[in-house]
Design a protein around this ligand. Structure first.
Ligand code: NAD
Ligand code: UDP
Length: 321
């Protein structure tokens, strides 16, 4: 039986990945300090005989007994609200945490996969973004803590590959949505869905003309698992090339939620990327992968998740008529 370690496994993406690896027949060890994730995300897995949840800050120390075949390093605050609240933690987990996770992979002769991000392209000057684009990042702006931590993590991953022969790879993940996102994580889809379901104004930043390309979590996990088993070094973009403006996204979420919320325009955050769209030619060629879930049905599932979320309902119940 293969053994996989997922750092950040109690987070949004990590929990889906743990679930999928168990389905693949792996034993899964989930390491998490619950800074932005929660044991609730993996509560349904804790009875599984091959699943183990360990509270661990990977910036402090990573130790796993016995053999390990795969190390998937997903630990890091990921939403702008989280990494702006936790800037030093974010830099530490992206640097020292990645060093520890790579050290584990080296010691165990395991395949290593770094969860990197489309944010390494910053506010891109090349559109869509292929993997050989080096990016346009402001290192000293507020988002720099996340973008540069991930860029450092990528450099470290390649150094371990070149200098220590670790079978290491990098996936650059584009905006993902699905069940287990937190209603208050500040990202566009949780914000829009929660606001639409509560009948509150939907807060669109700027004039909403900035673009993103959103992928449903099941598609993302499929791409990541294929990349993990491929042995390819990457970096490899995993995202959905379907690009839309944030205003279009807000309107679509409102429609899916059958809401009559008004759109309210708020100031655009500093260094907010103007466009984002993955070039996924490499993933198509190497993995034979591309997204399969269409935009609307993905959003249907995500909005349903928020509709059933206690925090969304609770606030709803407390609203005056
Ligand atoms: P998340 O916040 O839901 O999950 C991150 C998990 O890492 C949480 O459970 C958190 O508690 C854990 N964690 C953070 N610091 C840790 C530490 N020092 N030690 C142990 N655990 C720690 O975020 P997510 O959306 O699931 O993102 C997971 C990964 O994917 C992150 O590395 C993120 O940068 C990357 N990513 C996500 C997206 C996206 O759209 N969700 C896009 C690009 C990249
Ligand atoms: N955004 C918005 N309203 C919100 C939250 C976010 O208009 O309530 C915008 C944000 O400024 C950005 C886009 O939506 O232009 C995507 O933001 P998100 O935080 O989801 O992802 P990221 O910026 O990290 O790609």
């Amino acid at each position: 039986m293969k053994r996989s370690v997922v750092t950040g496994g109690a987070g949004f993406l990590g929990s889906h990945l743990c679930e999928r690896l168990l389905d693949e027949g792996h034993a899964v060890i989930c390491l998490d300090n619950f800074v932005t994730g929660t044991p609730v995300n993996v509560a349904h897995l804790t009875g599984h005989e091959h699943f183990r949840l360990v509270r661990c800050n990977v910036t402090d120390y990573v130790h796993v007994t016995g053999p390990v075949d795969y190390v998937l390093h997903f630990a890091s605050p990921a939403s702008p609200i989280d990494y702006l609240n936790l800037p030093i933690h974010t830099l530490k987990v992206g640097s020292i945490g990645t060093l520890h996770a790579l050290g584990l992979a080296k010691e165990k002769h395991a395949r290593f996969v770094l969860a990197s991000t489309s944010e390494v392209y910053g506010d891109p000057q090349v559109h869509p973004q292929p993997e050989d684009y080096w990016g346009h990042v402001n290192p000293v702006g507020p988002r720099g803590v996340y973008d540069e931590a991930k860029r450092f993590g990528e450099a470290l991953t390649m150094a371990y590959r070149r200098s220590h022969g670790v079978d290491a790879g990098i996936v650059r993940i584009f905006n993902t949505h699905g069940p287990r996102m937190r209603p208050n994580d500040g990202r566009a889809i949780p914000a829009f869905a929660t606001q639409a379901l509560r009948g509150e104004p939907i807060t669109v930043a700027g004039d909403g003309s900035q673009t993103r390309s959103i992928i449903y979590v099941d598609d993302l996990v499929e791409g990541i698992v294929r990349m993990t088993f491929s042995g390819h070094p990457g970096p490899m973009n995993i995202g959905n090339p379907h690009e839309l403006s944030i205003l279009e996204l807000a309107e679509l979420v409102r429609e899916v939620a059958k809401s009559e919320s008004v759109i309210s325009f708020i100031p655009r955050p500093e260094d907010d990327p103007t466009v984002r769209q993955p070039d996924i030619s490499l993933a198509r060629e190497i993995l034979g992968w591309e997204p399969a879930v269409d935009l609307r049905s993905g959003l249907d599932s995500t909005v349903s998740w928020f509709r059933g979320h206690p925090d969304v309902i609770r606030r709803d119940a407390s609203r005056p008529d």
